[in-house]
Design a binder for this molecule. Structure first.
Ligand SMILES: NC(=O)c1ccc[n+]([C@@H]2O[C@H](COP(=O)([O-])OP(=O)(O)OC[C@H]3O[C@@H](n4cnc5c(N)ncnc54)[C@H](OP(=O)(O)O)[C@@H]3O)[C@@H](O)[C@H]2O)c1
Length: 313
């Protein structure tokens, strides 16, 4: 098979041996595979991959067709359209993945949308609902809302009946994020727009002091991305106590099979039906063929996109 590999900090596409499905696993012919921030960190050598995952093969999500089931795999039939999270090596023509991590692709989704769905919708759903218990009628603030996770979170918040605000630094994307269901703010303007019950932090440390100021009593902050900085120099704990606030942090990639399977079942139950009704969609900024993966990585690193960059195979 052809696969994206990392060599000396660069991206190449090379022939690699076809993977073989083990017990409970399916072999999937990949049609689309999204890029994520962690792929860029892995390219730079600064994202240690989980045990058993090749360090030189990036890719954490994919969509494609089941080619063959391994022993005791029976959830899906050959030819079924599936998508899912994978701990690595997802940007390749073939992947093997445990069937419990697979989800059916909703009928309305094309391959690029499906390939860009699992990581960002799982992350957003887990942060907003499983960690922060977002409720209908509550006020949600999403920072960095024009990206993959942000566009997912805005739509999920809106679909559940929360009142959604969002910071977007790139002025040309503010209208599109508003169309997804958010009152859009410039990054420096959110404190006066509060208080918020739930704040999804996708940008990082520079927002954290003001997040506390913008938090409603009993509010929750979920820290998911730290691209703009991971260290907060001064953090007023007195204000955290006064707000009776909670701060959650999370990563997906290192979770166990059981924990990831729970997130897949939660998406099947609560999120995938909303793609069928048209309440949710996956904004795809640009697609690149697998052979042009290096260009796709550079486009992701350049920023300024709305939603996802996806490789097609
Ligand atoms: N913890 C987890 O499990 C998990 C899972 C998925 C993603 N993540 C992380 O969460 C973050 C968001 O992921 P994503 O897939 O949505 O990434 P993305 O598509 O690259 O989106 C990031 C968004 O944040 C904006 N942004 C970046 N730096 C900013 C700054 N200093 N001030 C204001 N806005 C800024 C970007 O705007 P520009 O386009 O203008 O740069 C972009 O709209 C990333 O750091 C990613 O690594 C964590």
């Amino acid at each position: 098979m052809r696969a994206v590999v990392i060599r000396d900090g660069g991206i190449l596409v090379e022939a690699r041996p076809d993977p073989e499905p083990g017990s409970g696993e399916a072999l999937v012919r990949v049609r689309a595979a999204g890029l994520n921030g962690a792929d860029l960190l892995q390219r730079a050598g600064s994202y240690p991959v989980p045990p058993g995952v090749p360090a030189d093969m990036p890719g954490m999500e994919f969509a494609g067709e089941v080619l063959r089931n391994g022993p005791r795999a029976e959830r899906f039939n050959v030819g079924d359209r599936v998508m899912g999270l994978i701990a690595g090596a997802g940007q390749a023509e073939l992947v093997v993945v445990h069937e419990r991590l697979l989800m059916p692709v909703p009928a309305k989704l094309d391959w690029p949308a499906a390939g860009g769905l699992p990581e960002v919708f799982t992350t957003a759903h887990d942060a907003l609902f499983t960690q922060c218990g977002l409720q209908p009628g509550e006020r949600l603030l999403v920072h960095g809302a024009a990206g993959g996770v942000g566009t997912a979170a805005v739509q999920l918040g809106r679909a559940t009946g929360a009142r959604v605000s969002a910071t977007v630094r790139n002025a040309k994307h503010r209208e599109m994020v508003a169309a997804l269901g958010a009152a859009v703010l410039a990054p420096g303007d959110f404190v006066d727009a509060g208080p918020f019950d739930v704040i999804l932090e996708l940008v990082g440390a520079p927002n954290m002091r003001d997040n506390l100021r913008a938090l409603r009593t009993g509010g929750r902050i979920s820290v998911i991305g730290t691209g703009a900085g991971a260290t907060v120099e001064e953090f007023p704990l007195g204000l955290l106590m006064a707000r009776r606030g909670r701060i959650h942090g999370s990563t997906l990639r290192g979770r166990s099979l059981e924990e990831k399977a729970l997130t897949a079942r939660a998406l099947e139950r609560s999120v995938l039906p909303l793609f069928a009704t048209g309440a949710l969609r996956v904004p795809v900024h640009k697609t690149f063929s697998l052979e042009r993966a290096a260009e796709a990585y550079d486009a992701f690193a350049a920023g300024g996109k709305l939603g996802k960059i996806v490789l097609t195979a």
